[in-house]
Design a protein around this ligand. Sequence first.
Ligand code: ADP
Length: 473
Amino acid sequence: MEIVHIAAECYPVAKVGGLADVVGALPKYQSEAGHLVRVVIPHYDTKFINDNQFDFVYSGFVKLGNFNFPFDILKEKTSILGFELYLVQISELFDRKEVYGYEDDTERFLSFQIACLNWINSRATFPDIIHCHDHHTGLIPFMMQYANKYEKLRNVQTVITIHNAIYQGQFGFDKLYYLPEFDLSKVTVLEWDNKINSLATAIKCASAVSTVSPNFLNEVNNFGYGLESLFNFVRHKSRGILNGIDTEVWNPEQDKMIFANYSIKSVEKGKQQNKEKLCSQFNLDPTKPLFSFIGRLLDEKGADLLPHAAASALSENFRDINILILGSGNAAIENQLSHLVTSFKGNYNFFIGYNEELAHQMYAGSDFLLMPSRVEPCGLNQMYSFRYGTIPIVRRTGGLKDTVTDIGDNGNGICHDQASIVDICYSIQRAVKLYKDKKRFKNIRKIGMTIDHSWERVCQEYIEMYHLKTNMK
Ligand code: ADP
């Protein structure tokens, strides 16, 4: 089967969050399972892209209303990532450091989608599946169905996987003329809440819809960021498939980014070594339990609660704990978290920014990982934590509910129901108690390390979903 994944991110080429991890891993395991897998993302100005070599494959033009953008398709020479990686180079729009956050993001990602289809449409044979990820690729299924120039692609099956339903790629109908000529009787398919909505359009038009955890699929059927009625309507073609993790990249036995490698057998010593190094780097006390947070500093992650929760927990516990935070995002949250560094010197620290290496070191060196998320479609951090023997403390939401069970129910982590300062502090207290009960703590740490979240198993679920669709052709 030939599968083409189209996305905005792919680890290690360009990463902002979990989307990249999935698009860098699922294709690799699908390839290993014997499928021909291609991944297409934009050509950004990133280290991976600058350090690797590419062959020229195709060139064309994207017509976006009155604009005409020349584009090239480049293919990474050696398939170093375990699948064929293709880049869409539209210099004017994508030769930039960041993946998102520009005023012309609508024009950028629409051009990307049109360039992808122009190229695929020019091929002599077509893929079996075009697998789109998130709203940045959400208009592809629509254009394949209704744009005149892509008529040949009409029988190719499409999948939309939703990694995040908050961002929906909305824009006004004043930009309708950007789209290639299509059957105008279908214009309402693009509409949701009086706007063109890329994600809603993908949900309507794709042959199949998946979310990145079963529980998140249930949640969006009740509260779907304005799309709940649509999610209900497409229930028959929807699946919740829990993400896996790349066990080659995230492996404490071989991870080159951490200070000391360890296995389940040597976990106590290994984690202690990693913790001591991390604590000395951040001026923390390695004899106290270390609580970490890694992620985007946004309300959806519950990051707005962190400054008060950290201050209360550190005060309540008479500095018997350490807290280390890695992330960037909302400037007000960043400021509040920075201020705590002087107040709780020796027990608290904060690294502002994105740092892949430090993230690995924190999974390895921490005792507990905080995830007080309001929204978590799947969440990968808790799965990385398990693998590195770090016990997650999570709010029961989305994929966190699917993957973490409270220790009170013979589980593997600590759970709370509310995204509140009180709930976070109470969970930290429970964790401190657990930490002091060394035998139980070590046992729970080991239970987490034995969980199988590998992609090998998950990737089969995607293949089954594709088969159901291709058989219906
Ligand atoms: P989301 O995609 O919503 O951000 P996920 O839990 O699915 O959340 O994935 C987050 C991924 O991004 C993980 O690989 C995590 O380690 C990584 N990450 C998030 N913030 C940072 C950061 N500041 N530095 C390094 N890695 C980060």
